[in-house]
Design a protein around this ligand. Structure first.
Ligand code: F3S
Length: 381
């Protein structure tokens, strides 16, 4: 591939992987079983990114291993009803078509693990959306670095990734323990805890002690927030994650009800939201059910989007949750999310969420004031 014997697209992709491997001192390449590619929204990649993809597709690029897409900038079916500008939609379709030409699955989700793509403990993968990486490394026990969009795509085309960083066991040891001395319960609690820990941990691997319970939805909220306020790509929870590897003398911090309350308050502007968004990372069917229960028989006083994977939306349609949410004036939105769609171009200024990650990026990337809280508190205000 490196010599161009398998075509120009493979040569170009292998060149990226070899360069990365040299920078990080990898001894070689390792095969990957799946790839998740970020850099899908036209909002984040722009014309330069689109040209890069069109060029690769023209050169005959084809993925060799199952490769999946991160959310795009719009719902492919409801973009007009959502109010997405037409010019944006046209560019977005070009981006998606280029990926489709390369043989990539149009999953358009940051939660591939909720739609059946669940690598096993010890499996090597190359994923590139930060919350998906944290979940895969920590909750599933797979091995992936924080790939960028181009390096993940190159891994999909070549079927391998440089063997360094989190692919090596010696780099998966936590030196940073978080003792939890309170009982976070909701997604907003776990998002706030993740936000607080991520700011201190930065790129280290937090290892939680004392957490009584946390289902997959709470763990995805926690990992997403830590990967956003910091850059944690791996965390452990004693008694919950399949692995728990801590060094001999870790630094230790304590998270109490005080930090939880203060972080929730810090994230909340207390304004009136024009739009409430649930589903960062993309909502599970249980999270959609929760929203449906809150709005059943009511009319919401602002716009409401529940962002999810298309497959999960189809489940929600079949179970009647989509109808309940629509009857209340909300919408279940697939393929996209509040952060990667052109929210600011659509006239929104104040947005509600229950996600630590969304709170960070709605402020930084989407020029929004954030209203932060539990589903029942931020909807129907
Ligand atoms: Fe997913 Fe968008 Fe949040 S990609 S993790 S819903 S910012």
């Amino acid at each position: 591939m490196f010599n161009g014997e398998m075509g120009e697209a493979a040569r170009q992709s292998m060149e990226i992987l070899v360069a990365l491997g040299k920078i990080y001192g990898a001894e070689g390449m390792i095969p990957v079983t799946s790839v998740q590619v970020a850099g899908v929204s036209y909002k984040t990649i722009g014309d330069a990114g689109l040209e890069y993809l069109l060029d690769l597709a023209k050169k005959g690029a084809k993925v060799k291993v199952p490769t999946f897409l991160n959310p795009a900038g719009m719902d492919r079916e409801q973009w007009e009803e959502m109010g997405i500008p037409e010019g944006f939609a046209k560019k977005q379709i070009e981006v998606l078509d280029a990926y489709a030409k390369m043989g990539i699955s149009m999953t358009c989700t940051c939660t591939p693990y909720l739609v059946g793509i669940r690598p096993k403990v010890g499996e090597h993968i190359a994923w590139s959306e930060s919350s998906a990486i944290a979940f895969a490394n920590s909750v599933l026990g797979a091995r992936t670095n924080r790939e960028g969009g181009p390096s993940a795509l190159a891994a999909g085309i070549c079927g391998v990734t440089p063997n360094y960083g989190l692919h090596l066991e010696e780099n998966r040891v936590s030196e940073f323990v978080v003792r939890v001395e309170c009982e976070p319960k909701t997604n907003a609690d776990f998002g706030a805890m993740g936000y607080w820990v991520g700011e201190i941990a930065k790129s280290r691997h937090p290892a939680f002690l004392g957490m009584k319970s946390a289902d997959e939805d709470r763990l995805k909220a926690l990992g997403a927030a830590m990967a956003a306020s910091g850059s944690a790509a791996l965390f452990y929870v004693k008694g919950i994650t399949p692995e728990f590897v801590v060094g001999e003398k870790p630094e230790e911090v304590v998270f109490t009800a005080k930090e939880l309350k203060e972080t929730r308050e810090k994230l909340d502007s207390k304004e009136k939201p024009q739009l409430v968004t649930i589903g960062c990372p993309h909502a599970s069917i249980e999270e959609i059910r929760e929203v449906a229960e809150v709005v059943r028989g009511k009319k919401v006083a602002c716009e409401l989007w529940v962002c999810t994977a298309r497959k999960t939306k189809e489940k929600a349609d079949a179970m009647g949750y989509t109808k309940i949410i629509q009857a209340a004036g909300g919408r279940v939105v697939a393929d996209t999310c509040m952060v990667v769609c052109p929210l600011e171009e659509m006239g929104f200024k104040v947005t509600g969420c229950n996600s630590g990650k969304a709170a960070k990026y709605l402020t930084n990337l989407c020029k929004q004031k954030v209203v932060y809280g539990d589903v029942g508190d931020i909807i129907c205000k």
